[in-house]
Design a protein around this ligand. Structure first.
Ligand SMILES: Cc1cc2nc3c(=O)[nH]c(=O)nc-3n(C[C@H](O)[C@H](O)[C@H](O)COP(=O)(O)O)c2cc1C
Length: 183
């Protein structure tokens, strides 16, 4: 979510509104050069389920096996993860890039057909929805929600995982798209 006006702190000498504006733009461009993967995050609380496009994901520990994801506080996904205590991190096949645009707002759930926005899913062991067409998935239980201001960084333990497609399926990265997030 864009925040109005330049955001501090500013380096020494960046004192005027114009200089702060320029530094804000520069910092955004620098942050955008950080390489990322692209994922679809499955979340669930009770019978409410959602899938959301996300790039802020990383492994954060070997032992225990922890991964972390940064989720906007205003997102439906944020509520579902905070309430349900788990999420599924799904990779996306590189030739399946159109899918990421489908999951940038809350999706319609067809419980009878077991689809979200028309995409087939199944529930992982924690109950979070795993996308049937994900090349690989990680089903995770939240161990530590870290308050980061506009986002929460959910640190979670890998409880189960698997490949759905061929193990060497090329996965989608931010650079394969014209999209950006953050900055
Ligand atoms: C390319 C791309 C990457 C995104 N990455 C993230 C992310 O890392 N974290 C996040 O909270 N939202 C991210 N979003 C925004 C969400 O996909 C979504 O628009 C918003 O958070 C609403 O999700 P909801 O359906 O859970 O309400 C990204 C959007 C796009 C298009």
């Amino acid at each position: 979510m864009a925040t109005p006006g330049p955001i501090g702190p500013f380096p020494p000498g960046v004192d005027t509104p114009e200089a702060q504006e320029e530094y804000d733009r520069l910092r955004r461009r620098v942050l955008w050069t950080m390489p990322y993967g692209l994922y679809v995050v499955g979340s669930r609380a009770g019978e409410r389920r959602n899938l959301m496009t996300l790039n802020w994901a990383t492994q954060v520990s070997f032992d225990p096996k922890l991964v972390g994801i940064g989720v906007e506080k205003g997102a439906v996904t944020h509520d579902l993860i905070a309430e349900g205590g788990s999420f599924a991190l799904n990779t996306v096949a590189r030739d399946d890039r159109a899918i990421v645009r489908k999951f940038t707002k809350p999706v319609e759930h067809d419980a009878a057909a077991r689809t979200l926005a028309g995409f087939a899913y199944h529930d992982g062991p924690t109950g979070a929805p795993v996308l049937d067409q994900a090349p690989a998935w990680l089903d995770c239980t939240v161990r530590q929600p870290v308050d980061c201001g506009g986002h929460t960084f959910f640190v979670a333990e890998v409880m189960a995982c698997g490949f759905t497609g061929a193990e060497d399926t090329p996965v989608l990265r931010m650079e394969d798209t014209r999209m950006s997030y953050g900055g």
